[in-house]
Design a protein around this ligand. Structure first.
Ligand SMILES: [Zn+2]
Length: 69
């Protein structure tokens, strides 16, 4: 049980970290990042969907997708 709570603590912790994986439509002018690759905001992306980190996405001036707010 102790291991489980430690694991849960670890998980809740990493979701808040800046190296959280996000998904970006690699169109060159995408302004949004997504937490889930199957997001409806990405479903109409005709370019390649690339993985990035939330920190990097924010530094590039991207904001969270409107569907995931
Ligand atoms: Zn999204």
């Amino acid at each position: 049980m102790k291991t489980l709570s430690l694991l849960l603590f670890f998980f809740t912790n990493i979701t808040c970290k800046e190296n959280t994986t996000v998904y970006i439509c690699n169109s060159g002018n995408a302004k949004k990042y997504h937490y889930i690759s199957s997001c409806r905001g990405l479903s109409n992306c005709t370019y390649k969907i690339v993985q990035s980190t939330i920190d990097k996405a924010k530094k590039e001036g991207k904001t969270l997708c409107g569907w995931e707010k």
